[in-house]
Write a protein that binds this ligand. Structure first.
Ligand code: AR6
Length: 188
């Protein structure tokens, strides 16, 4: 697995890595789910396959998740992690609106808040909404990184967060993240 740390101004807590998120060893991985939380394709399908049937049972009991919100479950057969945080990104039908941007921001923010509340100290994000939900990759990467930066600026001391990992699946996103990361997190 290629794991590429960047020297960041925010205490070296941000990483990008090209991988399958189900193979990453962190406290929590984030799932880009749909509002039913009953599984689907893309990263959601991969996480449900890796975690096993019991994840679906727990998700059924939760009863859904609004766009931009986040819910936490056990990790079941994904044994190297402690929890799965499920969030629902905006589904882009034509052009991205301000509301879509706000909802995508909320996905990252609320996932981090949930991690903090559950005393989880490392978290891995996929590129939420950029697959089946068609959010443009460039703007989604900007939203992801700016939100994480803002969250760290306001929560770093109050949280136990030691690592925030952007897990990149495609070559296109990997190029975008490598380009955008030093702009959002210039090394000091
Ligand atoms: N590990 C990391 N990233 C992955 C993986 C993986 N195993 N598989 C795909 N990706 P998507 P969305 C990347 O479509 O756009 C589902 O059906 C993928 O390359 O998984 O938020 C849900 O149930 C892309 O960069 O999620 C919803 O209905 C990113 O994950 C809907 O898709 C997100 O792509 C959500 O769509």
């Amino acid at each position: 697995m290629y794991f590429s740390p960047y020297l960041m101004s925010l205490r070296n807590k941000i990483f990008i890595c090209r991988s399958d998120i189900t193979k990453i060893a962190v406290d929590a991985i984030v799932n880009a789910a749909n509002s039913s939380l009953l599984g689907g394709g893309g990263v959601d399908g991969a996480i449900h396959r890796a975690a096993g049937r019991k994840l679906l049972e727990e998700c059924k009991e939760i009863g859904g998740c609004n766009t931009g919100d986040a819910k936490i479950t056990h990790s079941y057969n994904i044994s190297q992690i402690k929890a799965i945080i499920h969030t629902v990104g905006p589904n882009i039908h034509s052009k991205v609106t301000e509301r879509d941007e706000k909802l995508l921001t909320n996905c990252y923010w609320n996932s981090l808040q949930l991690a903090k509340k559950n005393k989880l100290s490392s978290i891995a994000f996929p590129c939420i909404s950029t697959g089946i939900y068609s959010y443009p990759n460039d703007s989604a990467a900007n939203v992801a990184m700016r939100t994480v930066k803002r969250w760290l600026e306001t929560n770093d001391n109050a949280s136990k967060m030691r690592a925030i990992v952007f897990v990149i699946f495609t070559e296109v996103d990997y190029k975008i993240y490598r380009k955008t990361l030093p702009k959002v997190f210039p090394s000091s």
